[in-house]
Design a protein around this ligand. Structure first.
Ligand SMILES: Cc1ncc(COP(=O)(O)O)c(C=O)c1O
Length: 438
């Protein structure tokens, strides 16, 4: 009773403060989505907010794989913040930089390659494309400047990343950045109300030949397509693209900002199919979501066009905060926690559980397609439920205190690797019930 009184009092206190703020200040904030309520705290895999406790089944923004209470990462970050918050970057480096980088390159299967740290996924994407252009320039092929990218993709929020992103609502910004060639994803989708034929690797080859391979710098795509509800590119397609890139000297870039850090089982999603790209963009989960940190890892082939000085490749482009000691500590600690979660069998057990729950949910007739790539679960709703059913499903789940992501006619989940099997089962039950209420 007292608790309820306290909660109500807190709610009205916040509401009053908010009303006063809006009333007193003519203030606006740019936001990608309208917000529902004030948040109080996060714990394990739960969000505590004004209107109750929510189970987070999308790991924050797909970036908190170890939940919100991972002491090992928090302690390493706070210790580094105490001892080495920053340093003049031109003259010094930290021991941890090397340890973390060796681990990250090893996990990407690019041990003899090279690594560039940045702060966000969008920067990792931009750096990857800049690197592909520079690779061709250094090899004496400056004419190779075109970027092959996919319709229905998402690559980030900077202007260059906008220009290769294939979301419908980014249409106006597409011509502002890179010189692009847009291919279809390797699965059937509806685009602006019309069906879009899937492009196989041989279709992509025809497009390369029509445009002229001597003009094409790179191809970039997400191996699991986020928009359209987590659609996995098949092994044959991935191997086919790898082969085309080798044949026509095109840099193969994969965006594993969501799928990296073992989200789909293997460290990189393409490893599941025995494929390693030339460049991989990593972000989100590699720092456990506790600190902004992203990276671009390149293979030995890309690194070979640069001069090396000891362990360094002199490279003039760096962001002020890139590879700062705190971000490196967050990556290092996260990779160590990841190893524990993997070696204890916790990750594979939860992946097995998710696969079983996904199979059961598939019997719901309102679902047209559902698939789980490790702990990335995506579904497409039956078209009879309407073009906005995914967004509605997200709201119905939210009302039942479950956080998922939904847009158009699709929805997805990305549970934390440390979620309990019971919480995951409950999440699927709420999802099923919400689908029935659509
Ligand atoms: C697949 C993919 N690529 C790139 C990005 C951009 O990352 P960031 O938001 O860290 O800039 C995102 C972000 O959601 C993403 O999902």
């Amino acid at each position: 009773m007292r608790d309820r009184f306290r909660r109500t009092a807190r709610f009205w206190a916040h509401a009053l403060r908010f009303i006063l703020l809006i009333w007193k200040v003519d203030m606006y904030l740019y936001q990608s989505r309208l917000k529902d309520q004030i948040i109080h705290s996060v714990k394990d895999v739960h969000v505590h907010a004004e209107q109750g406790v929510y189970a987070d089944a999308i790991s924050g923004m797909f970036n908190v794989p170890f939940g919100y209470s991972c002491d090992a990462i928090k302690q390493r970050i706070s210790q580094t913040l105490n001892d080495l918050p920053f340093h003049p970057k031109d003259h010094f480096y930290s021991q941890e930089w090397f340890e973390a980088s060796a681990m990250l390159l090893g996990r990407a299967k690019m041990d003899d390659g090279a690594l560039l740290y940045v702060n966000s996924g969008s920067e990792a994407i931009e750096s990857s494309i800049a690197m592909a252009l520079e690779y061709h320039q250094r090899k004496g092929n400056p004419g190779k400047r075109k970027v092959i990218c996919r319709k229905h993709s998402y690559h980030g929020a900077t202007l260059g990343a906008h220009s290769i992103t294939g979301r419908n609502d980014f249409q106006e910004l597409r011509n502002s950045g890179y010189d692009t060639i847009r291919i279809h994803p390797p699965f059937a989708v509806t685009h602006q109300g019309k069906p879009l034929e899937p492009h196989s690797a041989s279709d992509v080859e025809n497009i390369i030949l029509q445009s002229g391979p001597e003009q094409i710098a790179c191809i970039i795509f997400e191996p699991v397509n986020h928009l359209k509800g987590m659609r996995q590119s098949g092994g044959e397609y991935l191997a086919g693209i790898r082969e085309l890139c080798d044949r026509y000297d095109i840099v193969m870039i994969t965006d594993e900002i969501v799928t990296g850090a073992s989200r789909t089982g293997d460290f990189l999603n393409t490893h599941r199919f025995g494929v390693t790209p030339d460049i991989v963009a990593l972000g989100k989960g590699i720092s456990g979501g506790y600190y902004p940190a992203s990276a671009m890892a390149t293979s030995a082939k890309i690194a070979s066009v640069f001069e090396k000085r000891g362990p360094w490749i002199p490279y003039s482009y760096s962001h002020t905060y890139a590879s700062n000691p705190v971000s490196i500590a967050s990556i290092h600690a996260s990779l160590q926690v990841l190893e524990q979660v993997e070696s204890s069998g916790q990750l594979s057990r939860l992946i097995g559980k998710a696969a079983g729950l996904t199979r059961e949910l598939a019997s719901n007739e309102r679902i047209a397609r559902i698939e789980a790539s490790g702990l990335l679960i995506g579904l497409t709703l039956d078209e009879r439920l309407g073009a906005a059913a995914g967004k509605k499903l997200e709201q119905l789940c939210f009302e039942r205190k479950l956080i998922i992501r939904g847009e158009e006619n699709w929805a997805c989940l990305a549970p934390a690797y440390v979620m309990s099997e019971d919480t995951l089962t409950e999440a699927f039950e709420v999802l099923n019930e919400s689908i029935d209420h659509l």
